[in-house]
Design a protein. Structure first.
Length: 197
């Protein structure tokens, strides 16, 4: 199996993110570039703790045709393809339903990033794209535009986030920083409201 090691890497990454509370049940998905022409993506409706390497789908980057994998690819395969095509230097694209950042998306506004370390990874602002149903071209287009314009992270209204990286550790680091940045936003707002009580 040509992509066996990469598939195992995707499974291990899913377990890591699930253990951190960033993936739950079957929510969220991960894509990993596999050479110039293919990418791997998690399957649809599969619990991360039951997932095996054989479940990971291999897709053609050009047309998102599935070429390997015994399960149906995530409905967000097209979104990940668009992101990876927009960021040729990136190997990993991670979509989570992480709790704090997902709550932030309900505000439907860009996040102003505070702190030098977070800004190095996420930029000064993380855009929030308008709501579109999962798995649609509308959502893929909106998210893709953020990455085409040089972003490393994107909030999706009422949905979750997408972060990219030159490798999986970098993408995960951005997921963690985005969660922390959203938590800091809420903490600052709470502190401000307490001052005015």
């Amino acid at each position: 199996m040509m992509f066996e090691q990469a598939r195992e890497t995707v499974v291990a990454t899913c377990l890591d993110l699930a253990d951190r509370g960033f993936l739950a049940g079957t929510g969220g998905n991960i894509a990993l570039r596999a050479g110039p022409d293919h990418f791997l993506v998690t399957p649809s409706a599969t619990d991360y703790y039951a997932m095996t390497a054989e479940d990971i789908c291999v897709m053609r980057l050009a047309d998102q045709a599935q070429v390997e994998g015994k399960r149906t690819a995530s409905v967000e395969a097209g979104l990940h393809a668009r992101v990876l095509n927009a960021k040729p230097d990136c190997q990993a694209s991670i979509h989570t339903h992480q709790p704090v950042a997902s709550a932030y998306t309900l505000l439907a506004v860009a996040l102003d990033v505070q702190g030098e370390a977070a800004r190095r990874e996420l930029g000064f602002s993380v855009p929030c794209v308008k709501y579109a149903p999962s798995g649609t071209g509308w959502l893929a287009k909106g998210v893709g535009k953020v990455f085409e314009e040089g972003g490393n992270a994107c909030l999706m209204r009422n949905h979750g986030v997408v972060c990219v990286g030159r490798d999986i550790p970098e993408a995960i680091r951005r997921v963690v920083l985005l969660e922390a940045s959203c938590a800091e936003f809420f903490r600052a707002g709470l502190a401000l409201s307490l001052i005015h009580i």
